[in-house]
Design a binder for this molecule. Structure first.
Ligand code: NAD
Length: 378
């Protein structure tokens, strides 16, 4: 069984799909692991580290994937990057399939079985494979670190001989995995933290972290969570009431961190131009939803925009800004999944196609797109 890891080629992608620790574990499973030279450098892992863990170093991506039974990646590889893999090879990555149906078809035509890690069900058994959580948690932390770096004042209250510095007021919008980590990080830095979400379950979680919950808690709010624990699109009437409450609150904040997402839809617009204009110059907005259209009207992907002295931070691939940690957690997520796809006895790929994790994540197989969400219309 051959496992291949090539260097990521996407712009700004600093992560890598294997760590020395997972290479060691794959080798113990009976795999031969090939890593393209330099694949780990942006994550602080050298070729020598991978070699010491048992991998062989390939001079090129093509050499790494040649004869591979399993290809591990961070981003969806192009079909031409998979030339030379064994027939039916498993290709496992964050596939970003929505809106990229042609690329998914390309993987089917390449004859590989492609798996999208971000479609992993959020059930207890699969928690260790949950890449959305492992990466969002780091993004939430980094959003606060980025905000603190952009903010021209201190976060904690300081009583000094030269005078008292007030604590920064931080408002976190969206209290999922990223938002909760942002709350915890901002609290550790000494900020006074408030947060909002449309899911009623979030209130208790926000309060348990020592932050105050801010939301219109009407009947609609009480019903606002899907069975899967995700947010629903709210009615226009609710959005209006919530926007008024939030507008009054934002005017008093120093830092706003937005993380709000709705599965399969563009990010909800929560911070308007007028709200940004109500903030004091020197304040900071960090928009973690910028890749999905943004929560802040003025956020620009990949830029720190400045409007009336307020900085609006729109960094892309925020987990990649902590590449070493993000890679090591992502690699562990992958290892945990791959372990379920191979036989310990035969030391070969042995996929149980009826397993719910496989059914939920498998996009292509035997030359066809097989995932129910990506079937051609009609
Ligand atoms: P997400 O990234 O889809 O969205 C981030 C947050 O934005 C969510 O909390 C969502 O409710 C919120 N949001 C959406 N619209 C909003 C609006 N208009 N205003 C304010 N907030 C808004 O969410 P996530 O971080 O992936 O978490 C989603 C759910 O999954 C949560 O309930 C979380 O606890 C749960 N979860 C479960 C597991 C598990 O393994 N059981 C693992 C991770 C997360």
């Amino acid at each position: 069984m051959r496992i291949a890891i090539a260097k990521e080629t996407a712009h700004l992608e600093s992560r890598v799909a294997a760590s020395p620790e997972t290479v060691k574990k794959f080798t113990a499973l009976g795999a031969v692991v090939a890593v393209e030279t330099g694949a780990g450098l942006a994550s602080g892992v050298t070729d020598a580290d991978y070699e010491a863990a048992g991998a062989t170093i390939a001079k090129t991506a093509a050499e790494a994937v040649k004869g591979a039974d399993i290809v591990l990646a961070v981003r969806r590889p192009e079909p031409q990057a998979l030339k030379g893999v064994n027939k039916g090879a498993l290709v496992i990555a964050i596939m970003d399939p929505y809106g990229n149906e042609a690329a998914v078809k390309g993987l089917a035509e390449a004859g590989v079985a492609a798996f999208a890690m971000e479609l992993m069900p959020r059930i207890t058994r699969a928690q260790v494979m949950d890449v959305l959580s492992s990466q969002a948690n780091l993004a939430g932390y980094r959003a606060v670190v980025d905000a603190a770096a952009e903010y021209g004042r201190a976060f904690p209250m300081m009583m000094t001989a030269a005078g008292t510095v007030p604590a920064a007021r931080v408002f976190v919008m969206g209290a999922g995995v990223a938002g909760l980590q942002a709350i915890a990080t901002a609290r550790r830095l000494g900020a006074v933290v408030t947060a909002t979400d449309v899911r009623p379950a979030a209130k208790e979680q926000v309060e348990s972290l020592g932050a105050k919950f801010i939301a219109v808690e009407d009947e609609e709010f009480k019903q606002a969570e899907t069975a899967g624990g995700y947010a629903k699109e709210m009615s226009d009437a609710y959005k209006q009431k919530q926007a008024e409450l939030v507008a009054a609150h934002i005017a008093k904040q120093d830092v706003v961190i937005t993380t709000a997402l709705i599965p399969g839809r563009p990010a909800p617009k929560l911070v308007s131009r007028a709200m940004v204009e109500s903030m004091k110059p020197g304040s900071v907005v960090v928009d973690l939803a910028v890749e999905r259209g943004g929560n802040c009207e003025l956020a620009k992907p990949g830029e720190v925009a400045v409007h009336n002295g307020v900085k609006i931070v729109g960094h892309l691939n925020v987990p990649g800004r902590l590449a070493a940690t993000a890679s090591s957690l992502y690699a562990k997520n992958l290892y945990a999944f791959v372990e379920t796809l191979v036989s310990k006895e035969t030391k070969a790929v042995a996929v149980n196609w009826d397993d719910e994790l496989v059914k939920a994540t498998c996009l292509t197989r035997d030359g066809a797109v097989v995932h129910p969400a990506f079937q051609p219309q009609g």
